[in-house]
Write a protein that binds this ligand. Structure first.
Ligand code: SAM
Length: 426
C-alpha cells in the first residue's frame, strides 16, 4: 500500500484506501475465480480474501468507519431481534419461503411498523431478498439462520460476550493497559460485577446463554476439516493401527474427548470412521453432558461427567483429545489440566492431542485474532503462538511429537493446529 502524502484529513478520509492496488486485486480476483472449482476450498478462500482486500482498497476511510461503527453493530442487533421473533423459521415454512410484513408481523406477534424497519435493514445487507414492497424472501444465508445451531451465535454473543467486550477499552484504561491474566478479576468481572470465572458464570445463567454457547461451539467449525480428516491428521496411521483388533479391544479406550462440549467432534470422528477400534468417551461438566445425552449422537459414544481439574479417571487411553480447551485458561491453569491428564498416561503409547490455534508470527488471520480478543475479554486468556504452546507443554512434562496443520484449509483460520504430544522421559 502506498501512503498518500497529504495533511488534509478530509481529503484523505474521502479517497479510496488503496487505489493504487485496485487493478492488481481485480486481476487477482479474476485469476482465482477462473480456477475456482467447487471441490477446491483453498481457491474459494483465496478468492474471498482477494475480494475482501478489494473492498477495503476501494472503500474510503470514511466509508470503512461507517461500515464498522454503523453497519456491523446494527446488523448484529437486527439479526438477533428477528431470530428471537422466529422470522427466518416463519419464512422457511411459507410458500416460496416468502411473506409480506402483514403476515410476518401477525405470525410473530410483532408491530408491523417495527418489523418493516428491521426487514429493510436485512434486505440492505443482502440477508433477505426484497421481492416487492414490504415483501421478503429467504436467501441461503437466512435459511441457515432458521436453524438454532447456527442462529445461536447472536444470542450467545449478546448475552455472554458483548456486554464485557464493549467495556474492554474502559477496563484497559482503568488498569493501565496491562495485559489481563487473572480469570477471576479481569474485563469480564469488571463489566458484569460477576465474581466467578466466565465458565462458572455462564453455567449459572437461566437465560439460555449456556445452551446458546454449546450450540455455537458445535457450529462454528462446520465446513473445516475435522482433526480426524486425513488432510489434517492421519488418525488411522497415528492412532488406530496400534489398537489390537481382538475381542479385548472392546475394553480399550481409543479416545477421550476431554471438555468435548456436546460431542460434535467425537460424533464426527465416528461418522467418518464407523469401524474405528476401541471405545470413545466424551467428558465434560454435568450440565453439558446432560445436553449431549439429549442430542441423539452415535451410540458408541460413552458419556462421562468429569472435571478436568481432577485426576483423569480413564487410564491408558490411546489419546486424550482437547479442542479449544486450553486456550480458555491462563498458563497456570493450563498446566494444572495437563498434569491431571499425565497421571493417566504411560510413556511411549498414550498421546495428548491439543487442537488449538497456533497464531502465526506474521500474517495472522482475522478469525484467530478475533478469538484472541474474545479470550482476553471473557477469560483473561489468549490464543497462543507456536513457541508459547511448546513452552507450556514442555513445562507440564509432555513432549511435542509433531504440530499438524490442516492442509488446504477451508476456513479463514490459518492457525488451526493439532499438537500431538506424549509423556516426556523423566
Ligand atoms: C470452548 S469449549 C470447547 C468445547 C469443545 N471441545 C469444542 O471444541 O467445541 C470448552 C469446554 O470446556 C468445558 N469445561 C470448562 N470447565 C471445565 C472443567 N472444569 N471440566 C471439564 N470441562 C470443562 C466447557 O463446558 C466447554 O464444553
Amino acid at each position: 500500500m502506498v501512503l498518500r502524502e497529504s495533511t488534509n484529513m478530509d481529503s484523505l478520509a474521502t479517497f479510496p484506501c488503496d487505489w493504487d492496488n485496485v487493478s492488481l486485486l481485480v486481476h487477482e480476483i479474476s485469476s482465482h475465480a477462473s480456477s475456482l472449482s467447487s471441490n477446491c476450498p483453498q481457491q474459494r478462500i483465496n478468492l474471498l480474501k482477494a475480494a475482501r482486500s478489494l473492498t477495503f482498497a476501494v472503500q474510503t476511510p470514511m466509508e470503512r468507519i461507517l461500515w464498522h461503527s454503523w453497519a456491523e453493530p446494527t446488523l448484529f442487533v437486527t439479526l438477533d431481534t428477528v431470530i428471537q421473533l422466529g422470522i427466518f423459521s416463519l419464512l422457511k415454512e411459507a410458500k416460496n419461503m416468502e411473506m409480506d410484513i402483514g403476515q410476518l408481523s401477525k405470525k410473530s406477534g410483532s408491530d408491523p411498523a417495527l418489523l418493516s424497519r428491521f426487514m429493510k435493514r436485512l434486505a440492505s445487507m443482502e440477508v433477505v431478498l426484497e421481492t416487492d414492497v414490504d415483501r421478503y424472501q429467504l436467501t441461503n444465508m437466512s435459511l441457515v439462520l432458521s436453524a438454532p445451531k447456527y442462529a445461536s451465535a447472536f444470542p450467545f454473543l449478546r448475552k455472554g460476550i458483548i456486554p464485557a467486550m464493549f467495556r474492554l477499552p474502559e477496563y484497559l484504561a482503568k488498569s493501565d493497559y496491562i495485559n489481563p491474566t487473572d480469570p477471576l478479576n479481569g474485563p469480564f468481572q469488571y463489566a458484569t460485577g460477576a465474581s466467578e470465572n466466565w465458565f462458572a458464570w455462564v453455567r449459572m445463567q437461566q437465560n439460555g446463554v449456556f445452551e446458546n454457547f454449546n450450540n455455537h461451539m458445535s457450529a462454528y467449525n462446520e465446513g473445516n476439516y475435522g482433526f480426524m480428516d486425513p488432510e489434517f491428521y492421519p488418525i488411522e496411521e497415528q492412532l488406530f493401527k496400534d489398537i489390537p483388533a481382538t475381542a479385548d479391544s472392546a475394553e480399550l479406550v481409543t479416545l477421550v474427548d476431554v471438555g468435548g462440549g456436546i460431542g460434535h467432534d467425537i460424533a464426527r470422528l465416528l461418522s467418518r470412521f464407523p469401524e474405528a477400534p476401541g471405545r470413545f468417551v466424551l467428558q465434560d461438566l454435568p450440565n453439558v453432558i446432560k445436553q449431549a445425552r439429549e442430542a441423539s449422537l452415535n451410540k458408541r459414544i460413552e458419556f462421562m461427567e468429569h472435571n478436568f481439574f481432577t485426576e483423569q479417571s480413564v487410564k491408558g487411553a490411546r489419546a486424550y483429545y482437547m479442542h479449544s480447551v486450553l486456550h480458555d485458561w491462563t498458563n497456570e491453569k493450563a498446566l494444572e489440566i495437563l498434569r491431571c491428564l499425565k497421571v493417566a498416561m504411560t510413556p511411549g503409547y498414550n498421546r495428548v492431542l491439543i487442537h488449538e490455534n497456533a497464531i502465526s508470527h506474521v500474517n495472522a488471520d482475522w478469525q484467530s485474532t478475533a478469538l484472541d480478543i474474545m479470550m482476553m475479554t471473557i477469560l483473561s486468556s489468549k490464543e497462543r503462538r507456536e513457541s508459547e504452546w511448546r513452552q507450556t507443554i514442555e513445562e507440564a512434562g509432555l513432549k511435542v511429537l509433531k504440530i499438524w496443520r490442516s492442509s488446504n484449509i477451508a476456513s479463514s483460520n490459518n492457525a488451526e493446529s493439532l499438537i500431538e504430544c506424549e509423556l516426556a522421559e523423566s
